[in-house]
Design a protein around this ligand. Structure first.
Ligand SMILES: NC(=O)c1ccc[n+]([C@@H]2O[C@H](COP(=O)([O-])OP(=O)(O)OC[C@H]3O[C@@H](n4cnc5c(N)ncnc54)[C@H](O)[C@@H]3O)[C@@H](O)[C@H]2O)c1
Length: 341
């Protein structure tokens, strides 16, 4: 049985509390939030929980094995560092931290203390993303040429991070998993239309090894909620619409075949292929249930963590470099990963 303490029970934390409580091999014994109202609300749902406004009571509690952190990003580093130094495993919401210096420090601290450090990159546990990964690994789409994603809606405006740090962690972590690599370069533009100096729209273009491009459009200033990703491969194309209830993934047998003719006037001819559309069946299941179960199995069975702090650090590095590119007017910048061995 793993005993957990959860710090931060605002919008997202209660989802983690519910999922950890429902795991057969875990129990949540205590929660901490700065807001009395939030603690009262959580007590009304789970009367057995110990509540406190001082997170140190959780970190100092010898009965707690692991700390779950779902506070705003600015508090992530300090809380995770203190928890790791106290010998607790840590589950930390995305993005890992707001600087790559801090995220690297957490990677090393978890490693040195032989503790599990996991980031809440929820989409790595989504049946849709895992199905796409299965299709890519089986070669169904052929070689991936490029991927493109739109993650936009109206709000929720944050006051400590821009839209890139808020929404793009999802897409970068998905692309790193699907493309089995990390981006090498990025150029990005963005703009702050509503809050001074906090970009509410961003257009990011990452270059992955092998000439694969990945474009991400994020915005808090859009009339529609859109969560749509397109993958274009040499054999087939795929559209993943996370807002669709029934047909989240569609695989299109569409493409362009190039026929080279050296004995005719044209150097080559293009043949467009319009084949069937396949809608794969997806497994049921809440990603958070799989994610929380994975954190526990990483602790109990020493399983390699799918969204480890090292993965989270790579995402932070990509986000940080994209924001540097925005500040430099869209200049292309190499992403420099320094992971201490
Ligand atoms: N994985 C996902 O899909 C997903 C979705 C939403 C949010 N998140 C992440 O979850 C985290 C929290 O986001 P949110 O929307 O719930 O924010 P929120 O502002 O609604 O809630 C954060 C809570 O943390 C509390 N808090 C802050 N500092 C604290 C401290 N030192 N001790 C105790 N409590 C403290 C606040 O009082 C607040 O209630 C962020 O990192 C965000 O990126 C992840």
């Amino acid at each position: 049985m793993i005993t957990l303490g959860v710090i931060g029970t605002g919008y997202w934390g209660p989802n983690l509390v519910r999922n950890f409580i429902n795991q057969p091999n875990a129990t949540v014994s205590a929660i901490s939030d700065l807001s009395r109202d939030r603690l009262q609300h959580m007590s009304s749902l789970y009367p057995h929980l110990k509540t406190t406004q001082d997170y140190r009571e959780l970190i100092d509690d010898p009965g707690i094995d692991a700390i779950v952190i779902a506070t705003p990003v600015r508090a992530h580093f300090k809380l995770a560092k203190e928890a790791l130094e106290a010998g607790k495993h840590v589950f930390l919401e995305k993005p890992l931290t707001d600087s790559s210096e801090d995220s690297l420090a957490l990677v090393n601290l978890a490693k040195q203390n032989n503790l599990v450090g996991m980031v809440g990159h929820t989409f790595l546990y989504s049946p849709s993303v895992l199905k796409i990964k299965e299709l890519l690994d089986a070669g169904d789409l052929g070689d991936i040429h490029y991927v493109s994603t739109t993650r936009v809606n109206l709000g929720l405006f944050q006051d400590d991070i821009n839209v890139v740090w808020d929404l793009a962690p999802h897409d970068i972590s998905i692309f790193n998993l699907l493309l089995n690599s990390v981006p090498e370069k990025v150029h990005a533009v963005g703009h702050s239309y509503i809050q001074p100096d906090i970009e509410d729209v961003g257009f990011l273009t990452f270059s992955y090894p092998g000439g694969r491009l990945a474009h991400i459009h994020v915005s808090w200033l859009d009339p529609n909620k859109i969560r749509k990703t397109t993958l274009v491969g040499s054999k087939k194309m795929l559209v993943y619409d996370d807002c669709s209830n029934l047909e989240k993934i569609r695989v299109y047998d569409k493409g362009v075949d190039v026929h080279r003719h050296y004995d005719t006037f044209g150097e080559f001819q293009l043949a467009y292929r319009f084949g069937d559309i396949h809608i794969p069946k997806l497994q049921d299941g809440e990603p958070l249930k799989a994610e929380t179960a994975h954190f526990l199995e990483c602790i109990t069975d020493n399983v390699e963590c799918r969204s480890s702090f090292a993965h989270g650090h790579q995402v932070v590095k990509a986000l940080e470099t994209a924001c540097e590119s925005i500040r430099c007017g869209g200049r292309e910048i190499a992403i420099d990963y320094k992971l201490d061995q």
